[in-house]
Design a binder for this molecule. Structure first.
Ligand code: NDP
Length: 302
């Protein structure tokens, strides 16, 4: 008898674990639909939500991101005001534009697409954005509010991950969450948000000793380092939930995350794929932040 033939089950009956994938595209679509309905109700009451997006230079990835934001605005009914400035734009001209947008009553959110060309000091420009229009949630005041549990804008990607967990019925309370990556836009705000949800949080980075020992303890693992397929099945606990933030290219130029998804699928309980996991949530949460900016304005006016 041919052992190989008897041992191998037909492909159709082998589990492929696809039901363990968290469908970020679907959840992002639900959120955008909720925003669309709210924007439409506001329009009926004569109110419009406007997002100003500023793109400086010719970075091709930035152009795609801006186009995607415009598409999401089109869908939700949020009015996009896009400013495309030349690569050689002077810092003072950009500053002038931000000040103008800060003053405009009809602009609810301001987003400056990064990276900016070399002649422009990124922090100097970003810090000029009025806190009540900081839809990216990157300003020190927004980060501070998040840290001390006050209401305010939250960084879109981490906020999107919390939403993915909640809408997938995954409880966070009391869980050990291990975050790998401590950037200001992903790792650190994610730690704050998970703490707010009563997780016990460990944050790892490039100086962390025994990284894999720590990731193996995670009930919820957040991989945000930007290294293609860095994490394998040996690095996670059986039944863990894995949120893969990474957006990398593999050796064949294909988009992939920080995790080897196929390798992890038989071990984890849930995992976000790349593409189609965390990525789509970022723009959905940006749309929600635009609505939030309108609410802030109304609260300030009250
Ligand atoms: P950064 O480069 O700013 O930060 C990377 C972090 O990973 C740093 O804290 C770094 O540590 C840590 N790190 C790097 N290598 C290792 C290692 N070998 N072991 C442990 N820690 C390590 O990246 P971002 O946070 O901006 O982005 C991370 C990834 O997420 C990227 O692939 C990016 O493209 C993607 N991304 C995706 C988004 C989405 O919408 N899906 C949004 C934002 C980012 P240290 O601080 O010590 O240097």
């Amino acid at each position: 008898m041919n052992n190989e033939l008897t041992a191998r089950k037909p492909a159709s009956s082998r589990p492929d674990y696809r039901d363990r994938l968290i469908d970020g595209k679907k959840i992002a679509a639900e959120i955008k639909e909720e925003v669309r309905q709210e924007v439409s109700a506001l329009k009926d009451r004569g109110q419009e939500v406007t997002l100003a997006v500023v793109l400086v230079g010719n970075d091709s990835a930035s152009q795609v991101y801006v186009r995607n934001k415009e598409k999401a605005c089109d869908f939700t009914g949020i009015r996009p005001l896009t400013y495309k400035l030349n690569e050689d734009t002077k810092e003072e001209d950009l500053i002038h534009l931000i000040q103008e947008l800060n003053e405009r009553e009809d602009v609810n959110g301001i987003l400056v697409q990064l990276p900016l060309p070399r002649q422009i000091h990124e922090d100097k420009v970003l810090n000029l954005i009025r806190p009540d229009k900081d839809v990216d949630g990157f300003l020190p005041v927004s980060v501070g509010n998040l840290s001390i549990g006050r209401p305010g804008f939250q960084s879109c990607t981490p906020q999107g991950m919390i939403e993915l967990l909640k809408r997938s019925g995954i409880s966070i309370d009391g869980k050990h969450a291990v975050i790998v990556g401590r950037s200001n836009i992903v790792g650190k705000p994610m730690a704050m948000l998970l703490l707010r949800e009563n997780a016990t949080v460990t944050v790892c980075h490039s100086h962390t000793k025994n990284l894999r020992e720590l990731t193996r303890q995670a009930d919820i693992l957040v991989a945000a380092i930007g290294k293609p397929k860095f994490f394998h099945k040996e690095d996670v606990k059986e039944g863990a939930v894995v949120l893969d933030v990474g957006m990398n290219r593999d050796e064949n130029g294909k988009l992939c995350g920080d995790c080897d998804t196929e390798d992890l699928l038989p071990v984890v309980s849930r995992i976000t794929p790349v593409p189609g996991g965390v990525g789509p949530m970022t723009i959905a949460m940006l749309m929600r932040n635009c609505l939030y900016s309108l609410r802030l304005k109304q609260d300030l006016a009250d």
